[in-house]
Design a protein around this ligand. Structure first.
Ligand code: FPP
Length: 285
């Protein structure tokens, strides 16, 4: 096995500059969630089997995880396999499970060495035993890390999680440990499988589709949405930086008025950092 690499030691100068400019904007999201879509279309366009798209998609996963950790983003949540994905042809489901197992096996030491904590949400017991085993190992191996929290949504859907929470709440009410009037939004959130994560600030979807596809339905109530035509296997850090820059420019009002929220988007120093970032983006083309 290769010796795990410290990511920060191997970066390109242009990339260091981009990350510095992004940080200078002072508005990086704490939690980014991604619907990784378009692997099949990427493969189709190249007359390759669909699995080749998923394979190349793993390269994007690697790059986005690294870039997130380097930038100091606290939480990254990836929709890797939905409850509905079980309906795909068995050969594709098997291939996705194998890829997931290989990814975890190959990456766990490097992720650990870079202080990433691995987490999973979804019906993990529905996954093949081999995947459950390596996933449990990866979670335990990285449990004390304090860097990026990488959450893989596996056999997950937002409705599945909400129903599960409702069932647990009903049980607690029946047992007498919870009163119906104490079920506040915060209380409800504490029953979801995402209860250890803050709500996503930014939800990215690749491949141009404008749907949330049953992902984090409760949690994305105030998330900023970003959609790009780029297919997931082509979505690498430069495109990620654009999404982060776009997020930085948005004004998040959480139902309030523009005057009530701090609005430094027009500040001269913010505008300068933003212009610098776009020069860097253009230079990279
Ligand atoms: C959607 O593309 C993608 C998926 C259903 C799976 C995503 C999985 C990976 C990127 C690889 C494994 C993940 C990890 C975290 C190691 P699609 O097949 O629906 O594409 P299409 O809409 O073009 O057909």
């Amino acid at each position: 096995m290769d010796t795990p690499q410290q990511w920060l030691s191997e970066r390109h100068e242009h990339d260091v500059e981009c990350q510095r400019a992004l940080r200078e904007l002072g508005r990086l999201p704490r939690h980014v969630a991604i619907i990784m879509d378009g692997n099949g279309r990427w493969a189709y366009a190249r007359r390759l089997p669909r699995v080749a798209g998923h394979q190349e998609g793993i390269e994007s996963v690697r790059d986005i995880v690294k870039a997130s950790a380097e930038l100091g983003i606290e939480y990254l949540t990836l929709y890797a396999f939905s409850t509905e994905n079980w309906k795909r042809p068995q050969t594709e489901v098997n291939a996705l499970m194998r890829l997931l197992e290989h990814y975890l096996r190959a990456e766990v030491e490097e992720l650990h060495c870079n202080n990433v904590r691995i987490n999973a949400i979804g019906k993990i017991t529905a996954l093949p035993k081999r995947v459950q085993k390596i996933l449990t190992y990866a979670i335990e191996r990285t449990v004390n890390n304090r860097g990026l929290v990488l959450t893989l949504a596996l056999s997950y859907s937002g409705r599945w999680d909400i129903l599960r929470a409702v069932q647990m709440i009903a049980l607690d009410v029946r047992r007498g440990t919870l009163s119906p009037e104490d079920i506040t939004p915060e209380k409800f959130s504490s029953y979801l499988s995402t209860h250890t994560l803050p709500e996503p600030d930014l939800l990215i979807r690749t491949s141009g589709e404008l749907r949330v596809s049953n992902f984090l339905l409760w949690e994305i109530a105030y998330a900023e949405l970003y959609s790009t035509e780029t297919l997931w296997p082509d979505f690498r850090r430069q495109e990620f930086y654009r999404a982060l820059a776009e997020y930085a420019r948005r004004e998040r009002r959480f139902g309030m008025t523009s005057d009530q929220v701090r609005n430094d988007v027009q500040d001269i120093s913010f505008r300068r950092s933003f212009e610098r970032l776009f020069e860097l983006f253009t230079a990279h083309r």
